[in-house]
Design a protein around this ligand. Structure first.
Ligand code: SF4
Ligand code: SF4
Length: 187
């Protein structure tokens, strides 16, 4: 009894002359190959060429600073509460006298980590943040061999300091402005 209708009888007739010399089959194959030369390519030359991201693409996170270089995050924990993947962990600390140039408010995140293997890039952390501190960008985590390397800390996410690296700071701010513009278009 046949379980599906996909069974086929094997053709056991002896090969004729044309089939024995394989030439018609080779020419047929080459015809198919050459016909593809004039068709639009489905592939691109990555990494030299890249495809544009979708306008709603969400990638790796960055943590924002203000124009004076102070970290915006106050370790309030709202992003961690909003995160459906429980990917965010942080340790809050109190700003000490003399640290006003480092942190914008009295509390700051001494440790802030996102597990990119857990993250589903939903953007809820960005939406939950009341301090303009966290944004998702159009980049993705590079491949790696260890799980540990996918746990991103502040050293991976806080944007460059405006005085130490003004060019990189301006570029990062540009990414944030782009993100804000796209978010407002989607509303
Ligand atoms: S993008 Fe979504 S899953 Fe990823 S850390 Fe933010 S809230 Fe969590
Ligand atoms: S990123 Fe925003 S929501 Fe998350 S702890 Fe910092 S200030 Fe709070």
């Amino acid at each position: 009894m046949q379980l599906t209708n996909r069974a086929k009888q094997v053709d056991r007739r002896p090969l004729n002359f044309a089939e024995k010399i394989y030439l018609p089959a080779v020419l047929k194959g080459m015809g198919i190959t050459f016909s593809h030369i004039f068709k639009k390519k489905a592939t691109i030359k990555f990494p030299e060429e890249t495809r544009p991201f979708s306008p709603v693409f969400r990638g790796l996170h960055i943590l924002n600073r203000d124009e004076e270089g102070r970290e915006n995050c106050t370790a309030c924990g709202l992003c961690a509460v909003a995160c459906p993947a429980e990917a965010i962990t942080m340790d809050a600390a109190e700003r000490l006298p003399g640290e006003e140039h480092l942190y914008r408010e009295e509390k700051y995140a001494a440790k802030y980590e996102i597990n990119m293997l857990r993250c589903i890039f939903c953007g809820l952390c960005e939406e939950a943040c009341p301090k303009d501190a966290i944004y998702l960008t159009e980049t993705f985590a590079p491949a790696n061999y260890s799980r540990q390397s996918f746990i991103y800390g502040k050293e991976n996410m806080v944007i460059p300091h405006p005085k130490e690296n003004p060019e990189a700071f301006t570029k990062a701010k540009g990414l944030i402005d782009e993100r804000k513009a796209k978010a407002s278009q989607q509303q």
